[in-house]
Write a protein that binds this ligand. Structure first.
Ligand code: ADP
Ligand code: MG
Length: 263
């Protein structure tokens, strides 16, 4: 598989002087962030609780307008959720009365109606197979483990074929092994589709395993403190963690986070 060439890829997002303060808060949730995200890149946002990771992600998602500065998506000022963007939050939030398949088809049904959703059944079944949920298409959420529900949520995000994936600590609640499998799955999907991914995590190893660029954030006010470029070949595998550079990146990100903590 080829290394992705993201340096010259078109710009997806451009943030300039972005700040956000929630009403009544003493310090800014996000202060003065400048950032360029290119197509096909994989960015990880990492930092302590409350440093503004979700706030930033919600801005990329078009769900939150910053109180200052500009967020441009493909050259245009972002005014709401864009159809090319799929978002996955920490909790899978599947509707309990719907089966796996029906949950996955929900975004299509909401956007385009029941007939359009029926047309997507084959595609949904394929996704279900891909993430290893074959046999559970007609199960209800209470019959799924946490990891299975997360995989269903991934399918629900992918069914609309998003070009950009925004993931807010999607696997935080999973056991280590399941999480590693999901990470590998996300990498595979991103490479296959040349998708742009922004992942919020507070796992240093996960950030390095997945990202081309790790943004180490600090809190009070929330800001991007340091950017660590991760130059490891793809696809990354269990062997990547044996690469001496991987170990160095672990240290680099840890140092950046410590520094942010003591500022
Ligand atoms: N809807 C909200 N109203 C008020 N304050 C908020 C809201 N959402 C987040 N905050 C505050 O903004 C800061 C950043 O929050 P958040 O982006 O959720 O951080 P993170 O995702 O990094 O844990 C925190 O101090 C949090 O308490
Ligand atoms: Mg958060």
């Amino acid at each position: 598989m080829q290394e992705r060439t993201t340096t010259l890829a078109p710009i997806e997002y451009r943030l300039e002087g972005v700040s956000h303060s929630f009403p009544g808060a003493e310090t800014a949730a996000i202060q003065n962030v400048d950032l360029t995200i290119r197509r096909g890149s994989f960015t990880a946002l990492i930092g302590p609780s409350g440093c503004g990771k979700s706030t930033l992600l919600n801005m990329f998602a078009g769900l939150l307008t910053p109180s200052q500065g500009s967020v441009r998506f493909r050259g245009e000022s972002l005014t709401g959720p864009a159809p090319q963007v799929g978002v996955m939050f920490q909790k899978p939030a599947l509707l309990p009365w719907r089966t796996t398949l029906e949950n996955i088809l929900l975004p299509i049904e909401v956007a385009e109606g029941k007939a359009a959703a029926r047309q997507k059944v084959d595609a949904a079944m394929e996704l279900i197979e891909t993430v290893g949920l074959g046999g559970f298409a007609h199960a209800h959420p209470w019959q799924l483990s946490g990891g299975m529900a997360q995989r269903a949520a991934i399918c629900r995000m992918l069914i609309t074929e998003p070009e950009i994936l925004l993931l807010d600590e999607p696997f935080g609640a999973l056991d280590e092994l399941t999480r590693e499998r999901m990470d590998a799955e996300i990498q595979r999907i991103a490479l296959e589709r040349d998708a742009t991914v922004i992942l919020v995590t507070h796992s240093i190893p996960e950030s390095i395993f997945l990202a081309d660029r790790v943004l180490a954030m600090a809190a009070r006010p929330g800001r991007v403190n340091q950017i660590i470029d991760v130059d490891l070949p793809r696809p990354r595998t269990v062997d990547s963690v044996a690469d001496p550079r991987y170990v160095q990146y672990l240290k680099d990100v840890r140092t950046a986070l410590d520094r942010g903590h003591h500022d």
